[in-house]
Design a protein around this ligand. Structure first.
Ligand SMILES: C[S@@+](CC[C@H](N)C(=O)[O-])C[C@H]1O[C@@H](n2cnc3c(N)ncnc32)[C@H](O)[C@@H]1O
Length: 276
């Protein structure tokens, strides 16, 4: 199945800069995501479905966990993005990933999987319960469903002590909410799993606190990716000053305050599909 839907309705777009942002973000999140998947029960030899593959980082992480006897089917609807994912997987020598160009709302296969995973995807889809229900049908009894989604409430609260940082986070938050992104999809996974007739998931919230440039870069890069949406929504960027010097000024603010700033809360939720 193939859809060539463009990304005009996707909040973060599909520019090369957005792809690089995703890759840097994935490096930072990889240890947390890998630990989560292993705890959830993903292991050697499994067949795993990855929803919303982006440029392939979750699929590649899972491909290494399942090894050459396992397989990952990774779903991504954007053509540019999936091409980048395929090229990166080939470059990494990972032959056990099948990247499928499709909207997750439309994807269905007769194959049964041992697990379904996703990171930062259900928050973008109009009907996450329908997506989980469809996934549940494609998992064998006893199989794993494991998703990581964001929670902005603690992120915004822990950002209030630094004026420029807070102005940036507030703008990102407002543009996300007004574009229809569910920024509390993480905590919402408790209800979403059950509405999809899956068991109530086990859940954990993880949030890194630090002062290194990865954090300020993530904020300035994310603002650049969502700038077209910010402009479409007529939101003011005046309080942020020149975008070209934004990261530098954010980093100066964090460093001179001798405090830490948060990463978006990452909520992990996982369960096993009941045997009957
Ligand atoms: C924030 S990225 C996350 C990528 C990856 N999971 C990661 O954590 O690095 C979300 C990706 O989901 C894709 N996406 C959004 N809605 C989708 C849909 N309905 N079907 C398939 N892909 C979708 C976007 O194109 C984007 O590449």
């Amino acid at each position: 199945m193939s859809t060539d839907k463009d990304q005009t309705d996707y909040h973060l777009g599909n520019t090369d800069a957005e792809h690089e942002r995703l890759i840097r973000q994935a490096v930072r999140l990889a240890p947390v995501t890998e630990r989560f998947f292993r705890e959830a029960g993903i292991g050697s030899g499994q067949q795993v479905l990855d929803l919303g593959a982006g440029v392939g980082d979750v699929a590649m992480l899972v491909a290494r966990i399942v090894g050459p006897s396992g397989k990952v089917v990774a779903i991504e609807r954007d053509a540019r993005t999936i091409n980048r994912a395929r090229a990166r997987a080939a470059e990494a020598g990972l032959n056990n990933i099948d990247f499928v160009s499709a909207d997750i709302a439309e994807y269905f296969t007769d194959s049964m999987f041992d697990a379904a995973v996703g990171r930062y995807i259900l928050q973008f889809v109009p009907d996450p319960v329908a997506a989980l229900r469809s996934v549940a049908k494609q998992i064998r009894p006893g199989g794993v469903v494991a998703f990581q989604e964001g929670s902005w409430i603690p992120f915004v609260s822990l950002s209030a002590h630094l004026p420029l940082w807070y102005a940036c986070i507030s703008l990102l938050h407002e543009s996300g909410v007004r574009s229809g992104v569910n920024l509390e999809m993480g905590p919402g996974l408790h209800k979403a799993f059950q509405d999809a007739e899956l068991p109530a998931p086990r859940m954990r919230l993880e949030m890194e606190l630090a002062s290194d440039p990865d954090f300020t870069r993530w904020v300035s890069d994310s603002l650049r990716s969502v700038l077209p949406q910010i402009q479409k929504l007529n939101l003011s960027v005046e309080a942020l000053g020149d975008f070209d010097t934004l990261q530098e000024r954010l980093q100066h603010e964090v460093r001179t305050s001798n405090t830490v700033v948060p990463w978006i809360g990452l909520v992990a939720a996982w369960c096993r599909k009941p045997a009957s």
